[in-house]
Design a protein around this ligand. Structure first.
Ligand SMILES: NC(=O)c1ccc[n+]([C@@H]2O[C@H](COP(=O)([O-])OP(=O)(O)OC[C@H]3O[C@@H](n4cnc5c(N)ncnc54)[C@H](OP(=O)(O)O)[C@@H]3O)[C@@H](O)[C@H]2O)c1
Length: 263
C-alpha cells in the first residue's frame, strides 16, 4: 500500500476513467496518496482490480465510456464524485484515405463523447456542492496536427473545445474544468504506436522511438507520473482560480495562452 503523503484531498471522491493502467493508474495513485478515495473505471475488471487493490479504500468499476447506459450504471454504482478525470482514450492510426467512418466514429466516441457522458453524470452534484474538479486528458494532438491520426487529433481538439466552453459555463459555480495535454508518454498506447510504425515502415522499434522522440524537445518520453502530477495540481487547494486551461506536459514551453480572457 502506498503511504499517504498528505490529507489535502481527504474526504474527496475521485473517479478516474481508464484507470486500469498507464496514465490513469498513475493519476489514481497520485490522488490516493493525497487522501482522496478513488474509483477507477475501465473495461477490464482484472486490471482495474489490480490498481484499486493497491490503494486504500479504492474501488474498481467496469464501464465503457462510449456507451451512455454503461456510464449511467457505473456512475450510479460509484456514487457522487468531487473529482472526475476523463482519461479513457485510444489512438488508432491510419492515413486519411484509409480512415474508415467506423475508425473515425470510434476515436470520437472514446476520446470525446466519453468525456461528455461521464461529465454529465457528475456535474449536477458538483454544482450543487459548490466544488468540483473535472480534468480532461487531452494530448499535444489537441494543439497541433500529426500525420495519420486525423480522427484522434480531431477528437482531442474537440476535447479541448469542450473543456474551454464548459469552463465558462461553470465559472461561477466552484467547479473548474481543465485539460492536461501530454506529449508521447511511456505507456501501452505508446508501445502500440511504435509497433504500428515498425509494421508500416520496416524500421526497428528503436528507430521508431527515435522518430517519435524528434517531437519531444527534452529528448525523452514523458512518464505517467509526470502527467499525474499536473492532474493532481488542478485538484489541490489553491488551484480554484484556474479553469479552462490546458497544461502541456511535453517538455516544451507553451507558446501562447490557450484560452482567451473572459469577456
Ligand atoms: N501515451 C501517450 O503517449 C499519450 C499522449 C497523449 C495523450 N494520451 C492520452 O492519455 C490517456 C491515457 O492513455 P495511456 O497512454 O495511459 O494509454 P493506455 O495505457 O492504453 O490507457 C487507456 C485506458 O483507457 C481505457 N479505455 C479505453 N477505451 C475505453 C472505453 N471505451 N471505456 C472505458 N475505458 C476505456 C483502457 O482500459 P480498457 O481497455 O480496460 O478499457 C486503458 O486503461 C488517453 O486519453 C490518451 O489519449 C496518451
Amino acid at each position: 500500500m502506498p503511504r499517504r503523503t498528505s490529507d489535502q484531498l481527504k474526504g474527496r471522491h475521485a473517479i478516474v476513467t481508464g484507470g486500469g493502467g498507464g496514465i490513469g493508474a498513475a493519476i489514481a495513485y497520485a490522488l490516493a496518496v493525497r487522501g482522496a478515495r478513488v474509483t477507477v473505471m475501465g473495461r477490464t475488471l482484472s486490471s482495474l482490480r489490480f490498481v484499486a487493490g493497491a490503494l486504500p479504500g479504492a474501488r474498481a468499476i467496469v464501464v465503457d465510456v462510449t456507451n451512455q447506459r454503461s456510464v449511467r450504471s457505473a456512475f450510479a454504482k460509484a456514487g457522487p464524485a468531487d473529482v472526475l478525470v476523463n482519461n479513457a482514450g485510444a489512438a488508432e492510426s491510419a492515413p486519411f484515405e484509409r480512415t474508415s467512418a467506423a475508425l473515425w466514429e470510434r476515436m470520437l466516441a472514446v476520446n470525446l463523447t466519453g468525456a461528455f457522458h461521464c461529465t454529465a453524470q457528475v456535474l449536477p452534484r458538483m454544482r450543487a456542492a459548490g466544488w468540483g474538479r473535472i480534468i480532461n486528458i487531452a494530448s499535444t494532438a489537441a494543439h497541433k496536427g500529426y500525420p495519420y491520426v486525423t480522427a484522434y487529433c480531431a477528437a482531442k481538439h474537440g476535447l479541448l473545445g469542450f473543456t474551454r466552453a464548459l469552463a465558462i459555463e461553470t465559472a461561477r459555480t466552484g467547479v473548474t474544468v481543465n485539460a492536461v495535454s501530454p506529449g508521447f508518454t511511456e505507456t501501452d498506447l505508446l508501445a502500440d504506436a511504435v509497433q504500428k510504425i515498425v509494421a508500416a515502415t520496416g524500421r526497428t522499434a528503436e528507430q521508431a522511438r527515435a522518430q517519435l522522440l524528434r517531437d519531444m524537445p527534452h529528448g525523452r518520453f514523458v512518464t505517467p507520473v509526470e502527467v499525474a502530477a499536473a492532474v493532481l495540481w488542478f485538484c489541490l487547494p489553491g488551484a480554484g482560480g484556474v479553469t479552462g486551461q490546458a497544461r502541456l506536459v511535453d517538455g516544451s514551453p507553451s507558446p501562447q495562452p490557450l484560452m482567451p480572457a473572459h469577456p
